[in-house]
Design a protein around this ligand. Structure first.
Ligand code: AMP
Ligand code: MG
Length: 395
């Protein structure tokens, strides 16, 4: 049986980013840039005011001197004339500075009476002006390849007139649920039946990870049905199945895969939960056979599927972020296999603290609630004591 880090290594040796595509900026939220994005103009596009107030020509030296108000420049409605010495115009934030004007007096520092302006303080020449190109210049690279497009990046590129971007496509991930006992939420489970809860865990984690989930359906525990679902799933970029990968009589995923062009890369990893996890390439597509126990499905998704999805999405940092944290409660751990325990990591005064629910049964969903991390206990450790420093992987 291989170790977690070996298994992860084998996945990352197998899965690569696909060819980039071009698409509208506004559809690219969450995707990773594959080529630099370049500004189409200077920003600001012209010198403009940073305040509501008055634009003047040169800083008048006498604070109590009068200036003649000759017009107004509002955001979106520039003043087309020129401002000469001894003159002022009203101006609003973001409005273009007209010819001749180079200084802005905030509304609070001036008084207006009968079309004349009286300044209460002497302005500094050039104050409260935002200059053309001071944020970025035409043709400047604004976003480098490898950057994930989030709200801030998209707003920046929109401001620069960038309408289309080169990105790595959003991975489409098929989810096959296996098990004669499964029924979908909305149907009352009969004797021996349970709700297909793993589907929803995966569907939502896939969406949160920027992927498009494709729910292929529930496959009964026989190789023929699984074969049909695999046909449907092959339209996706990655295939995940849950259940049926262990050594039970009804675990038919292996035999369904053997009928096809499947290259097994590993089966069984020395982890707890999730030992029977299977990984390989099915007709050129990464295939993850996750064990069906809910906490095992969730753990193997985070440990193995997530890094592969990040790689497919073009991300460069694909490994989970780690933190050192002080354990708040004692807990029994795996021993022979590397244990991953659902836990809650919190910043407390000057460091991280982590609390682990004692209920870590791999057959349960309950331990997943409230968890924002997984505590990784090294192989061979039987117990962890309160106050010990431990390693935690962020979800
Ligand atoms: P298996 O991996 O097929 O041996 O299933 C292990 C355990 O996980 C069994 O108790 C199954 O009923 C349960 N299980 C399998 N698939 C699911 C699922 N999609 N949702 C919830 N529980 C499941
Ligand atoms: Mg099963």
């Amino acid at each position: 049986m291989i170790r977690y880090d070996e298994a992860l290594h084998q996945i990352l040796e197998t899965v690569f980013s696909p060819q980039p595509i071009e698409m509208p900026l506004l559809e690219a939220a969450g995707l990773v840039m594959a080529a630099p994005a370049v500004a189409r103009w200077d920003m600001p596009r012209c010198d403009n005011s940073a305040m509501d107030g008055f634009a003047v020509a040169g800083a008048p030296d006498k604070p109590d001197g009068q200036l003649i108000i000759v017009g107004a420049s509002y955001a979106g409605h520039p003043f087309h004339g020129e401002v000469k010495s001894g003159q002022a115009i009203r101006i609003t934030t973001g409005a273009a500075l007209p010819k001749g004007a180079d200084t802005v007096v905030p509304i609070e520092d001036a008084e207006e009476k009968d079309a004349l302006l009286y300044l209460s303080t002497k302005p500094k020449a050039g104050q409260h002006v935002r200059y053309r190109g001071e944020e970025y210049l035409d043709h400047e690279v604004l976003i480098e390849p490898g950057t994930t497009l989030r709200a801030g990046e998209i707003a920046l590129l929109a401001s620069a007139g960038v309408e289309r971007v080169q990105v790595f496509p959003r991975p489409r991930v098929a989810v096959i649920s296996t098990g004669d006992e499964l029924v979908e939420l909305g149907r009352e489970p009969g004797p021996g039946q349970i709700i297909n809860s793993n589907l929803h865990l995966l569907r939502i984690r896939l969406q949160e990870s920027g992927c498009t989930p494709l729910c292929i359906g529930i496959g009964a525990d026989d190789p023929g049905t699984l074969d049909q679902l695999m046909d449907k799933a092959l339209g996706a970029d990655v295939i995940i199945s849950t259940g049926g990968v262990s050594v039970g009589e009804k675990d038919h995923v292996h035999s369904a895969l053997e009928r096809r062009n499947f290259t097994k890369i590993f089966w069984k990893v020395a982890i707890k939960p999730g030992k029977p996890v299977l990984f390989g390439m099915l007709e050129g597509k990464p295939y993850f056979g996750l064990p069906g126990n809910p906490a095992a499905t969730a753990a193997t998704f985070e440990l193995f599927v997530k890094p592969a999805l990040k790689r497919l999405a073009g991300e460069t940092d694909v490994l989970p972020e780690k933190r050192r944290a002080v354990l708040t409660n004692e807990i029994a751990v795996g021993g022979k296999r590397q244990a991953f325990l659902w836990c809650r990591l919190e910043w407390h005064e000057s460091g991280y603290r982590v609390s682990v629910s004692p209920q870590q049964g791999s057959g349960q969903n309950r331990c997943l609630t409230g968890a924002n991390a997984m505590l990784a206990a090294p192989i061979g450790v039987e117990r962890l004591e309160a106050g010990e420093e431990v390693e935690v992987l962020l979800l």
